[in-house]
Design a protein around this ligand. Structure first.
Ligand code: AVJ
Length: 326
């Protein structure tokens, strides 16, 4: 049997226009900033794969430990009745972790549709191919675009109960205020009984955290610089990547882990008919990877009006998949 794979997507022009407007707004701000969601073009996807394979980057291994070795527990906590449901994954990527759960549910003949949402069409294509080979009985509907637009689409194409996965510590790419608004917005779009499963990277020895984002080989540095290369190619910018340097910080009190690019010279960067001026040592704020305490997580759930129904940790207690219900 062939898997049923369908795709919904935003038009290329739409996403390119949004990219341009976001970049202009970010580079006109003080301090200058770029959004890390744009890291993931084809080269960025590959660099992130390399990051996940680095010895220092523990997040993926920890959550994989949960999905591989605690699959039954995960399945139990999301299967609250026998009714068919939609399993939506925000920022599915290669679905390496979730595929353990998908396989488990498929083998048990549970009636559900897997709806991966990702900004990268390239990655969704690979995902469809992988599932039609490896899990041909799985019903897949890929959704290409921003999380909330695609969640709206998912809500409009099916009335079934929703289970939303937000894995990998992706919530860390928002600051505390943004994650609160994000969870409130999810809460508003979902219905009573729906479930949200969020992966949080926990506060731990600060060296462990800093090392994960400040690797010797410089892959994280290339990951940041790649966004400049992407802007050169897609937005006709003329960044000289040799004139920018990656700088990483972690503050163990607030749990804020951040990457910056430092301008190594006074320089002008052109993009279309715009000129952006950089002072020597001026920063571009690139990415936040927020770390959480158990208290931070409980407060976030409470403030955004979800109930925590289960929490599943990896064997090191470095990461938690927290399962929330409305
Ligand atoms: C994909 C957002 C979970 O913040 O840990 C990895 C991205 N950035 N190394 C993270 C990332 C630098 C990653 N997330």
């Amino acid at each position: 049997m062939n898997s049923q794979v369908e795709t919904e997507f935003q038009t290329q022009n739409d996403s390119k226009e949004t990219f341009l407007l976001d970049v202009i707004e970010g580079l006109q701000s003080s301090p200058k900033r770029l959004h890390s969601k744009y890291f993931y073009d084809k080269a960025g996807d590959q660099l992130f794969q390399q990051i996940m394979n680095m010895p220092e980057y523990y997040l993926t291994d920890c959550e994989l430990d949960i999905f591989k070795n605690k699959t039954e527990l995960l399945a139990k906590s999301i299967l609250i009745d026998n009714k068919p449901f939609d399993l939506i994954e925000l920022g599915a990527g290669d679905a390496m972790k979730s595929s353990y759960l998908l396989e488990h549910l498929t083998k048990k003949n549970i009636d559900f549709t897997y709806m991966p949402i990702d900004i990268s069409g390239h990655i969704l294509e690979e995902l469809s191919g992988k599932f039609s080979r490896d899990l041909p009985d799985l019903e897949v509907k890929t959704l290409e675009g921003d999380y909330f637009d695609m969640l709206d689409k998912a809500m409009s194409i099916s009335q079934r109960r929703k289970v939303v996965l937000f894995l990998g510590g992706n919530i860390g790419n928002m600051d505390m205020g943004e994650s609160y608004h994000f969870c409130r917005e999810l809460r508003r779009k979902l219905n009573r009984g729906d479930i949200l499963l969020v992966g949080f990277d926990l506060k731990k020895n600060p060296h462990t955290i800093l090392n994960a984002y400040n690797d010797e080989a410089g892959i994280t540095s290339s990951f940041n610089l790649n966004l400049l290369i992407r802007m050169n190619r897609e937005l006709e910018a003329d960044f000289d990547v040799l004139n920018f340097q990656h700088y990483q910080t972690y503050d163990p009190i607030s749990g804020v882990c951040k990457s910056y690019l430092v301008s190594l010279a006074e320089q002008n960067v052109h993009m279309g008919n715009q000129i952006f001026r950089f002072e020597e040592n001026e920063l571009i704020d690139m990415e936040i990877s927020q770390k959480f305490s158990q208290e931070d997580i409980s407060k976030l759930a409470r403030d955004s009006k979800f109930h925590i129904i289960d929490e599943i940790h990896d064997s090191k207690n470095w990461f938690v998949d927290s399962i929330w219900q409305i």
